[in-house]
Ligand binder design. Structure first.
Ligand SMILES: *[C@@H]1O[C@H](CO)[C@@H](O)[C@H](O)[C@H]1NC(C)=O
Ligand SMILES: *[C@@H]1O[C@H](CO)[C@@H](O)[C@H](O)[C@H]1NC(C)=O
Ligand SMILES: *[C@@H]1O[C@H](CO)[C@@H](O)[C@H](O)[C@H]1NC(C)=O
Ligand SMILES: *[C@@H]1O[C@H](CO)[C@@H](O)[C@H](O)[C@H]1NC(C)=O
Ligand SMILES: *[C@@H]1O[C@H](CO)[C@@H](O)[C@H](O)[C@H]1NC(C)=O
Ligand SMILES: *[C@@H]1O[C@H](CO)[C@@H](O)[C@H](O)[C@H]1NC(C)=O
Ligand SMILES: *[C@@H]1O[C@H](CO)[C@@H](O)[C@H](O)[C@H]1NC(C)=O
Length: 445
């Protein structure tokens, strides 16, 4: 009886469902235990934006990588784009079995807020497609949250797109409510643009209409480079600046690579009480080695080779525990005040009328990676906006690199730097299989 139960766990016939994570004050809590939840994550999009592939729709791909997530000690991954026409149930169940949550960006390169023509890109087709993505994932309790956008504002000159981010957040929250789904957090992943970072964060978290406020905020932060420190990196300033921010914050991308091999010494700060009253962990950019040279592993077909960064991250995560107790979170912080000095209207645009039917009747089938909901918009690049991002007029692409330290992008042309990285301590997928076989054999007796 007992063995049969264990065996059924092993063969995965009883799909585990993880306790949902909820937002309480400025923290994430495990909704079953009430314990604080700190994100220990990586950003995951093998192929990047140049070979956009949905890694959660291909069970061979996610099964190849999940053992490495477990080996790293992760509890969360972030995926930048998925194909909402495909099934994700096998990968989502495998992630749940491994104790791993998902933060999902609901946009795709063809379906996102355009920096050059935001009002045009914020249309009913856009909403239908991102709502269809919500439909495809809302049932999984290991969805930690959705991002409505990634680095739309990557420069102070495009701050005027912010009301469209807020409108997208509002519509996603309204849709989740209208469809009677679990209250899944909706947030935004911000580029670290020094001149507007606080203003934008506060705007997204301001106003009397709670529906038009973010539930969580990710910041993509590459300020800790090499052997830095809490103060030298500027982390200490950020903790000060965001203290009192009323929703959970975390690093939705971190891992500066300008000093060569990354030692990830920032991990000790991120999961310490120096940070935990404001930040709830973070995600390392990024799992797979791509042109931008931020990978933890090199992927070649079915084979995965951990790089030095991988081993460094694994040992830092393993030697760093979460803070004890509450970590200093608070439920008494108030939403932010709306800005009064912006030189454009901060009014959140109304939902396009044609989209009303989706709230009433559901979004129906999505259009996957084929969707081009901004096709008829003016998508000309804004010369000042971004010189690096491949699809810079499109805000939310898989590896939008516009705010990463500039030397990183230059390294993409020198393949030697990545190939010279050693492959120490490879984890063989076969090991996991052998362990599985041995355990099964023991239990079957
Ligand atoms: C989140 O879950 C914990 C544990 O069940 C509970 O105490 C808390 O009230 C929940 N918070 C919200 C906002 O539902
Ligand atoms: C793109 O990704 C697919 C799926 O992972 C893979 O089979 C293919 O080889 C990749 N193409 C290139 C050019 O890397
Ligand atoms: C935004 O687009 C809608 C629909 O095309 C249009 O009715 C509205 O006037 C536009 N608003 C602005 C500020 O351009
Ligand atoms: C989610 O669950 C509902 C209710 O059980 C079901 O009708 C719907 O088809 C499920 N959606 C997905 C994508 O599995
Ligand atoms: C508003 O301010 C920004 C940032 O200072 C500036 O780039 C932009 O040109 C201004 N826009 C207008 C309409 O004055
Ligand atoms: C928000 O609500 C407060 C208190 O009800 C009110 O004084 C204030 O004018 C409202 N602000 C806006 C922007 O509606
Ligand atoms: C470190 O690894 C050991 C052995 O796998 C494990 O028991 C422990 O929980 C890990 N510690 C952390 C903080 O992940």
């Amino acid at each position: 009886m007992k063995y049969a139960f264990l065996l059924s766990l092993l063969v995965g016939s009883t799909a585990a469902s993880l306790p949902a994570i909820n937002v309480t004050g400025n923290a994430f809590l495990n909704s079953e235990t009430g314990e604080r939840f700190y994100i220990r994550g990586v950003d995951y999009q093998p192929g990047g934006s140049s070979n956009l592939t949905d890694p959660l729709a291909d069970v061979d791909v996610c099964s190849r990588d999940i053992p490495y997530f477990k080996d790293l000690g992760l509890n969360t991954i972030r995926v930048y784009s998925v194909d909402n026409t495909l099934s994700h149930s096998e990968c989502m169940e495998k992630l749940a079995d491994a104790g791993i949550y998902l933060i999902l960006d609901v946009t795709t390169p063809g379906t996102s807020i355009s920096r050059s023509d935001p009002n045009c890109s914020y249309n009913a087709d856009f909403l239908q497609n991102i709502f269809a993505t919500v439909d495809a994932f809302a049932n999984y309790t290991n969805v930690l949250g959705f991002f409505a956008g990634n680095e739309v504002v990557n420069n102070e000159d495009v701050l005027f797109t912010a009301p469209y981010i807020k409108a997208t957040v509002r519509d996603l929250k309204k849709y989740i409510k209208a469809r009677d789904y679990r209250q899944i957090p909706v947030g935004y992943s911000a580029a670290d643009v020094a001149s507007v970072r606080l203003e934008l964060a506060e705007y997204l978290n301001c106003g009397n209409d709670s529906t038009a406020r973010i539930d969580m905020l990710g910041i993509n932060d590459y300020s800790w480079c090499g052997h830095s420190s809490f103060t030298q990196s500027g982390y200490s300033e950020k903790v000060k600046m965001y203290s009192g921010f009323s929703v959970p914050m975390f690093l939705s991308e971190y891992g500066c690579n300008t000093q060569g091999t990354r030692e990830f010494t920032e991990v000790a700060s991120i999961y310490s009480t120096q940070m935990s009253s404001v930040f709830s962990g973070g995600l390392v950019y990024e799992y797979s080695q791509e042109d931008s040279d931020y990978g933890l592993v090199k992927i070649d077909g079915d084979s995965v080779s951990p790089l030095e960064d991988y081993n460094n991250l694994r040992s830092m995560l393993n030697s760093t525990s979460d803070p004890q107790g509450t970590g200093g979170y608070s439920t008494s912080y108030k939403p932010s005040k709306c800005p009064t000095d912006w030189n454009f209207t901060i009014t959140v645009p109304d939902t396009p009328e044609d989209a009303q039917t989706y709230f009433d009747n559901g979004a129906g089938a999505g259009y996957g990676f084929e969707a081009e909901t901004q096709e008829s918009c003016d998508n000309d690049d804004l010369s000042s906006v971004s010189s690096q991002s491949v699809t810079s007029a499109v805000s939310s692409t898989a590896s939008s690199s516009s705010t990463k330290p500039s030397s990183s992008s230059s390294s993409s042309s020198t393949t030697s730097s990545s190939s010279s990285k050693g492959v120490g301590g490879q984890v063989q997928a076969g090991t996991f299989f052998s362990v599985f076989m041995i355990l099964s054999a023991l239990l079957i007796q």
